[in-house]
Design a protein around this ligand. Structure first.
Ligand code: MLT
Length: 396
């Protein structure tokens, strides 16, 4: 008999959201070679890696060329020097971790997908809608039952658990991709209490924590009780420009146990079996991000992107367009003109303004009347995109 396949793949949309957008933009560009397209769709950074980071990488590469400095297989969970830098980063916020609770990875996306390995197939997964599509797609691949939690204007795009809420594995993303909404301490406390009372696990995606400017939690471990119910996933992609270089980290507290299993021990077992570690050169670059000079360089880039966000939000305000985000997050979630759904508006922006956004429906059915713009473009392109949108009259 021929091999049998994972039929859950048939339940997925044909393409991953950002691959679909890339294809649509490529076909438009092929048909309109003169069009000067500005991409504010996928959240890919445009600022180069800080010099202190590339110098650390170059130094590490030179070390690898010497017999004394050469390194082969590293620890699958990361080098101590980087785990220690991450540990201190958390300590500054009053979060006490041990290095054994920190796992260095090649980015948040892979860890978010791979963490599903730790859980039984029979769990119900609770996912806010709209949200980063990787949560849904990876659980569809595994055939798990998914329950959606609507995030809308009424709840400020921050859904909360209620008496009817079910969910063994709960995904929370704060600052939220795509809406930019951020949970406060009281709201996160309710989620932590809910998860602890129910025996659920929260997968907390903190990839955008560095964009927070207001007094809001950056980490779920700022919330009492989170160490017995939450895993936190974070990334250097947006913070320090590692989208191409790849480095992130996941925190799994030793106190996190379910059904006689330590999730920390399970993840260590999983990573040492299926992953050979992030490269030494990249980890040295990541270590430099956490030095005082690295932090200064990161702050400079964040200021640049926040400036872009202001350009976008000011233009939307002038046009009277409803939006959220942009202040504590690099994403601006705006309402499409009446009677246009998000894919129609995506097509209209592309054809009339040559500007690419991300259709809200790609983040879940609750996003059907919204579109996301990113603040990660260059200043010149951001200004030009908003000029075209304002002059193009697409909101009239
Ligand atoms: C996004 O645009 O939502 C993200 O950049 C995609 C990602 O981080 O994988």
């Amino acid at each position: 008999m021929a091999v049998t396949m994972n039929k859950n793949y048939a339940k997925l949309g044909k393409n991953y959201l950002f691959a679909e957008i890339k294809n649509r933009v490529a076909s438009y560009q092929a048909a309109h070679p003169q069009a000067d397209i500005i991409r504010l769709g996928i959240g890919d950074v445009t600022r180069p890696l800080p010099k202190i980071v590339t110098e650390a990488m170059a130094q590490a590469a030179r070390e690898m060329a010497t017999a004394a400095g050469f390194r082969g297989y590293g620890a699958e969970q990361g080098y101590e020097f980087l785990k220690e830098a991450v540990r201190k980063y958390y300590a500054k916020r009053g979060v006490s971790l041990s290095c054994e609770e920190i796992f260095i990875s090649d980015g948040a996306k892979s860890d978010i997908g791979n963490l599903t390995d730790l859980f039984g197939q029979d769990n119900t997964v609770l996912i806010p809608d709209p949200v980063y599509p990787v949560y849904v797609d990876t659980n569809v691949m595994n055939g798990r039952q998914i329950v959606f939690l609507p995030a809308d204007e009424e709840n400020g795009f921050l859904p909360m658990p209620g008496p009817e809420t079910v969910g063994d594995i709960i995904y929370l993303c704060s600052p939220n991709n795509p809406t930019g909404a951020v949970y406060n301490k009281e709201q996160l406390q309710k989620w932590v209490d809910f998860a602890n009372a129910r025996g659920s696990i929260i997968l907390f995606d903190a990839a955008y924590e560095c964009f927070i400017q207001d007094d809001l939690p950056h980490s779920i471990y700022e919330i009492p009780g989170a160490e017995t119910c939450a895993i936190e996933i974070c990334s250097l992609s947006k913070k320090a420009g590692f989208t191409g270089t790849r480095c992130g980290y996941t925190v799994i507290p030793s106190a996190l146990k379910r059904g006689g299993f330590s999730l920390n021990a399970m993840w260590l077992r999983r990573q040492s079996t299926k992953y050979n570690g992030t490269s030494y050169v990249v980890q040295r670059g990541a270590q430099a991000v956490f030095t005082p000079d690295g932090e200064k360089a990161v702050e400079e880039n964040l200021r640049y992107y926040r400036g872009n966000a202001r350009i976008i939000t000011q233009a939307l305000e002038e046009m009277g367009v409803y939006y959220t985000g942009g202040r504590n997050a690099p994403y601006i979630w705006l309402k499409c003109p009446p009677s246009q759904d998000s894919w129609e508006f995506f097509d209209r922006l592309l054809s009339e303004c040559h500007v690419v956004g991300t259709p809200g429906a790609g983040f879940g059915s609750c996003g059907w009347e919204y579109l996301r713009l990113t603040a990660f473009g260059t200043r010149k392109n951001t200004l030009e995109a908003m000029r075209r949108i304002q002059n193009g009259g697409v909101f009239r």
